[in-house]
Each structure stands twice: as structure tokens, then as C-alpha cells.
Design a protein around this ligand. Structure first.
Ligand SMILES: NC(=O)C1=CN([C@@H]2O[C@H](COP(=O)(O)OP(=O)(O)OC[C@H]3O[C@@H](n4cnc5c(N)ncnc54)[C@H](O)[C@@H]3O)[C@@H](O)[C@H]2O)C=CC1
Ligand SMILES: O=C(O)C(=O)COP(=O)(O)O
Length: 387
């Protein structure tokens, strides 16, 4: 029986995949696994029993990834599972910036005077007129699950699309419409585009990437969209640029104390992934990842450990070892197993940066003593025997 804890509400469709072998607990300290969306986990202490965290979503900047790796906790996310939801909100954001739809609707809503609203509308509407997206240049920074979808749909809207991503994956490149211009530098994209949308993770080298220097390279009256993370855009600099009119509109999914209430800031309360479909997709993928890890030891879509798969566990026992990626680990593991006269049926080892993972199927029972010896090897972070 496995116990899981939810730090945010997680779609029932996903949780339903955790069958009778799983039980929810309100106490994170007794959980084998945690499911989370955007709850901040940096200040949390983790119990030794915690084996995995699944982020039902894409961004993992709310989770202390390295500390988890050091404590032998595998962190998963759900790549692409909410990308369509975000893509659709980006398109909505561009339309809201192109025309004063919000101002117009508010005017109708607040209209209190007596008189013929239909007639007055025809006089008043010019105050809310705008422009069209067709024919405008859109720059997409970050061509991952979301960026590719935004770029492709913008082509269908008749936009001239520029894409920038120095680390673009082969899969993403295959999915990208051929009519998208490849911006070799981000500066080129800044100079060319009428609309600029960011779809990169919050990392040390992306935080604050849209600052006054970047904005100074952009066209006057540019529209910037940020449905990725608040920290990617320097908040003081974007407020200054909105006040001066350099940036015509800033559409963001992240309210901050600096941006709320600023004229021409369109601030959405982090709704990108808040659709039934995205919530279900993320929860289903997260639950499937957790089950495969807890029951078979397989790792898929981890952000702090290598992906590693040895298929469904058979009748024998499976030893899984999370460890540092340093020399002679396998040699020490196999020596310890040989010392107990154990036969290895199948073994695999994968590494990712400083961390590695070894899975070993054995033909006989693993004793508590062997488990203890494996745990004591220098560099081993967690040993689990799946029986
Ligand atoms: N508003 C919302 O509700 C949501 C926001 N997000 C945010 O959007 C981000 C992107 O999501 P996905 O597209 O699903 O992730 P992804 O991992 O599929 O794509 C990210 C892309 O950014 C690229 N990249 C990394 N550093 C870069 C740099 N310096 N310059 C240009 N490109 C760079 C990567 O190569 C990758 O192709 C997430 O990390 C998250 O912060 C994601 C989902 C929902
Ligand atoms: O997946 C992401 O990165 C998101 O920002 C979505 O966050 P949420 O699951 O809506 O709290």
C-alpha cells in the first residue's frame, strides 16, 4: 500500500488512476509520494519515507530540485500536458492586446445612463477600436511544448513568425511549421517583432531576461506576453516601459505588486493551465509516472534524475539505487551482491549530470543486511527494494 499527499487540488481523473493500492494522506511526512501544482516547496522538510514528487504541470521552479536529488527524492513533471491550454490563452492575450476588448466590455457593463444603448454604442465604439494580428510579426522565445504550438497557430492567423531557442529539441524542430523564421539571436527577434511572447523556464540564465536593455532593442509600441513566469521580466523595467509607452501592452499570467493596476498591463491570475483538459492531462500523466516509479522503479520525465526503464517488474525482487554519478559505483554494488552469492538477472544504469540511477533484478531475496550494505556505499543516496 502506497500513501500519497496532494499539496494542491489535483484532478480526480488523474487520482482515479491510483488504484486500491494507494491511499491519500493529509500528512506529508508519511507519504511515499507528493503531487503538486504551483505550491512552493522550498521551505518544506522532507521525510526519509518520501520517494517521489510529481509536479502536475511544466514549471518546477517551486521545487528544490537539487536538495530532492541529494535526499534521494525523484521529481517528475508532465511535459506538454498543459501546453494547449497555455497556447490558447496566449492567443486570447494577443487579441486582448490588439483591440480594447476589455475596455469595451467594461464600458457596456458599467453603462448606467438612460438612453438607447444600441445607438450610443455605435457612437462610442471608436474609443475601443484596435488592430488585427494578421500581417504582424510575432517573436516566440523558447520553442518547447508551448512555444511550438503558439508559433504554429500564429502562422495560421496570418502572422509572420520568428522563433528563438538555442537548445531546441529535435522533436520540437520537427513539429515547427516550415514558414517560421529562425532567429539566430534573441536581439534579432527583439528588433523585428510587433508581438513578443516568452515560453522558457525560470532558470538562472533566463531570470530578468526582459529588462530595460532588451526592451530598448524592441520596436516602439511592442506588445510583450509573459505566460511563463513573472521573474523572467524585470518588473520595474516593464512598468517604466508601459508608462513611457515604449511597450504598448504587457500581457502576463502572473500578478505582482508592481504590475497590478498599471495602465496597459493585462494581468491574468495564472490561468494558463486552468482548463479541465489540461488539469486532467497533467494529473493523469503525473499519476502514471508515480505508479511506474513506485511499482516498477522506472523513471519517466524526471527533472532531477535520469530517465531509466527496465519494464514491468517480474516475480523476482528489484533493487533500485539512487546515487551520485561517480566512478566505481556499479563495481561496488555488484561486489556486494556477489558477496551474498546473488545472481543478477538484469541490470541498467543511467546518469544525468551529478546524479545516477541503477536498477538490478535479482533471482533471490534481498536481505535487510544487503540493503543496509548498499545504503552504506559512499555516494549512495537511497536504496529501495521492490518486492
Ligand atoms: N501560465 C501557465 O499556467 C503555464 C506556464 N508554464 C511556463 O512555461 C514554461 C515553458 O513551458 P513548456 O513549453 O511546456 O516547456 P518546455 O520545456 O517544453 O520548453 C521550454 C523551452 O525553452 C527553451 N529554452 C531554455 N532556455 C532558453 C533560453 N535562454 N532562450 C530560449 N529558449 C530557451 C528550451 O530549449 C525549451 O525548448 C514552463 O517552464 C513554465 O514556467 C508552463 C505551463 C503552464
Ligand atoms: O505548469 C506550469 O508551469 C504552470 O505554471 C501551471 O501551474 P498550475 O498547475 O496551474 O498551478
Amino acid at each position: 500500500m502506497y500513501k500519497y499527499h496532494c499539496l494542491n487540488p489535483i484532478s480526480e481523473v488523474g487520482l482515479a488512476q491510483l488504484d486500491e493500492n494507494y491511499v491519500v494522506t493529509g500528512n506529508a511526512d508519511e507519504a511515499d509520494a507528493i503531487l503538486v501544482r504551483s505550491a512552493k516547496m522550498h521551505d518544506m522538510e522532507f521525510s526519509r519515507n518520501l520517494k517521489a514528487i510529481a509536479r502536475a504541470g511544466a514549471g518546477v521552479n517551486n521545487i528544490p530540485l537539487e536538495r530532492c536529488a541529494d535526499e534521494g527524492i525523484v521529481v517528475f513533471n508532465t511535459p506538454g500536458a498543459n501546453a494547449n491550454g497555455v497556447k490558447e490563452l496566449v492567443i486570447a492575450g494577443m487579441l486582448l492586446a490588439a483591440r480594447d476588448i476589455i475596455g469595451g466590455i467594461n464600458w457596456v457593463q458599467e453603462y448606467e445612463e438612460d438612453g438607447d444603448i444600441a445607438k450610443i454604442t455605435e457612437k462610442k465604439k471608436k474609443a475601443f477600436a484596435g488592430t488585427e494580428l494578421q500581417g504582424k510579426k510575432l517573436g516566440v522565445i523558447g520553442l518547447g511544448a508551448i512555444g511550438v504550438r503558439v508559433a504554429n497557430v500564429a502562422v495560421h492567423l496570418g502572422m509572420d513568425v520568428y522563433g528563438y531557442d538555442p537548445y531546441v529539441s529535435v522533436d520540437a524542430a520537427w513539429n515547427l511549421s516550415r514558414s517560421i523564421h529562425h532567429a539566430k539571436t534573441v536581439d534579432e527577434l527583439y528588433k523585428e517583432c510587433d508581438y513578443i511572447t516568452i515560453h522558457v523556464p525560470a532558470l538562472d540564465d533566463t531570470k530578468g531576461m526582459i529588462d530595460k536593455n532588451a526592451i530598448s532593442l524592441m520596436k516602439d509600441g511592442v506588445v510583450i506576453l509573459n505566460l511563463a513566469r513573472d521573474v523572467l521580466v524585470n518588473q520595474e523595467d516593464i512598468v517604466d516601459a508601459l508608462v513611457s509607452g515604449k511597450v504598448r501592452s504587457y500581457v502576463t499570467d502572473f500578478p505582482t505588486k508592481e504590475i497590478v493596476g498599471v495602465k496597459n498591463a493585462i494581468v491574468i491570475p495564472h490561468l494558463g493551465a486552468s482548463t479541465e483538459e489540461s488539469e486532467d492531462n497533467c494529473a493523469k500523466m503525473a499519476a502514471a509516472e508515480l505508479r511506474d516509479f513506485l511499482e516498477n522503479g522506472n523513471i519517466t520525465h524526471s527533472v532531477n534524475y535520469p530517465d531509466c526503464n527496465m519494464g514491468v517488474k517480474g516475480d523476482g525482487e528489484r533493487i533500485t539505487i539512487l546515487h551520485k554519478n561517480i566512478p566505481n559505483m556499479l563495481g561496488q554494488f555488484t561486489t556486494l551482491l556477489a558477496g551474498e552469492n546473488m545472481n543478477i538477472a538484469l541490470m541498467t544504469n543511467k546518469s544525468k549530470k551529478e546524479y545516477a540511477y541503477t536498477m538490478i533484478d535479482v533471482d533471490s531475496e534481498v536481505s535487510a543486511d544487503l540493503e543496509e550494505q548498499l545504503t552504506s556505499v559512499d555516494g549512495v543516496l537511497k536504496v529501495r527494494v521492490i518486492r
